[in-house]
Design a binder for this molecule. Structure first.
Ligand SMILES: Nc1ncnc2c1ncn2[C@@H]1O[C@H](COP(=O)(O)OP(=O)(O)O)[C@@H](O)[C@H]1O
Ligand SMILES: [Mg+2]
Length: 344
């Protein structure tokens, strides 16, 4: 990681840390709390990844920090101030929020979507217009092209960029990002991750970023909080330390399956033919094909996107070599996880 550049670019004005003190949420009618006495400190300008399974309380925690959900007990400090005592406009100034389902308003233009919070904060029209142009440039969308379009006229990846621009609109020192790139395909996701990483090196916001993708956590995080049920922190450390020394079996299972996924990304269908035999080409052909040189991970993605359990495999000369079934991928997966050398 390029830490030297990062530190040079750190603007002093954004030095706002976050502290959670025994933060707890007990939803009415639920047996156990969704979030149970979570305490952590996040340094100014630090990007912390919350990594944990669905239902472990990540969104609840984010929404408490943002005051969309009232904590049952505990405290949240932002820049040393108790969030529960901030007035709503001060809260909007301090915290930008990007949610999983993008959340752009379909009947508003891109410019209107991005200008939402500045408008609430009472900025002048000219200042808002200027800021919108600046932000569209920042996230790599030409303002003259995209300003007046509607969300439905943009691709998923472009909409996510607008989501990020909107959260940055009032230049908040803190950003909460709840699986912001979760809904995009793997290639778009990687683009967005790389762009966002570059952006963060310039902006040095204090960020909590929720993900259930270990690779994303490793790629983006200064530190990763591996969470289990009720947001209990299983390990909170740098990606390097977590990879090198997982605290327990639970953390190791994230690291382990991520390593297997990485291996699947490095294993081509052609490599896999040393272990499995392709079946006959699907009849009728489904039109879902991958190349022999595609990775197994690409093959899985193609199946998931098409909702099929089989893909046809095309050889370099354009002919169909056979089909790869989901069951075969599972077999490869099991072997890769067991660390079998011929499945890399
Ligand atoms: N409004 C709600 N009322 C009752 N239970 C809820 C509510 N929202 C979430 N929960 C429960 O709290 C737990 C944590 O949910 P959530 O914070 O959404 O998890 P995550 O974002 O990690 O998937 C889950 O068991 C969920 O069912
Ligand atoms: Mg969630």
């Amino acid at each position: 990681m390029d830490k030297s550049r990062t530190q040079l670019a750190a603007p002093a004005a954004h030095g706002v840390g976050i502290e959670l003190i025994e933060l707890t949420k007990q939803y009415a009618g639920q047996r156990a709390p969704a979030v149970d006495k979570v305490s952590m400190r996040i340094a100014p300008g630090e990007m912390v990844m919350f990594l944990g399974p669905s239902g472990c309380g990540k969104t609840t925690t984010m929404k408490m920090i943002n005051r969309l959900i009232e904590p049952t007990s505990g405290q949240i400090l932002i820049g040393g101030d108790d969030v529960l005592r901030l007035d709503p406009s001060e809260l909007r100034r301090r915290i930008g929020y990007v949610i999983q389902q993008i959340g752009l308003f379909p009947h508003m233009t891109i410019a209107e979507n991005i200008g939402l919070v500045p408008r609430l904060l009472g900025w002048s029209k000219s200042r808002i217009a200027e800021r919108i142009g600046e932000l569209l440039d920042l996230v790599g969308l030409d303002p003259s092209v995209y300003r007046d379009r509607y969300p439905r006229q943009l691709s998923g990846g472009q909409q996510q960029r607008v989501g990020v621009a909107r959260a940055l609109a009032a230049d908040p020192p803190v950003m909460l990002m709840d699986e912001p790139f979760g809904a995009t395909d793997p290639i778009t996701r990687e683009h967005l991750q790389n762009e966002f990483k570059r952006l963060q090196q310039e902006l040095r916001k204090t960020i909590i970023f929720v993900t259930h993708d270990f690779d994303e956590a490793v790629r983006l995080g200064d530190r990763i909080a591996v969470l289990r049920e009720r947001s209990e922190i299983a390990q909170f450390d740098t990606p390097e330390k977590i990879l090198a020394a997982p605290a327990d079996d639970y953390v190791a299972s994230f690291v382990g399956s991520a390593a297997a996924i990485r291996r699947m990304g490095l294993t081509s269908v052609a490599d896999a033919l040393r272990v499995v035999r392709l079946g006959p080409v699907s009849t009728p052909a489904h039109g879902i094909t991958v190349e022999l040189e595609s990775s197994i991970r690409d093959a899985i993605d193609a199946m998931l996107r098409a909702g099929r359990t089989q893909v046809d495999v095309r050889a370099a000369d354009g002919t169909l070599a056979g089909s790869l079934a989901f069951d075969q991928v599972c077999e490869l997966w099991a072997r890769a996880q067991a660390g079998e050398p011929d499945v890399r």
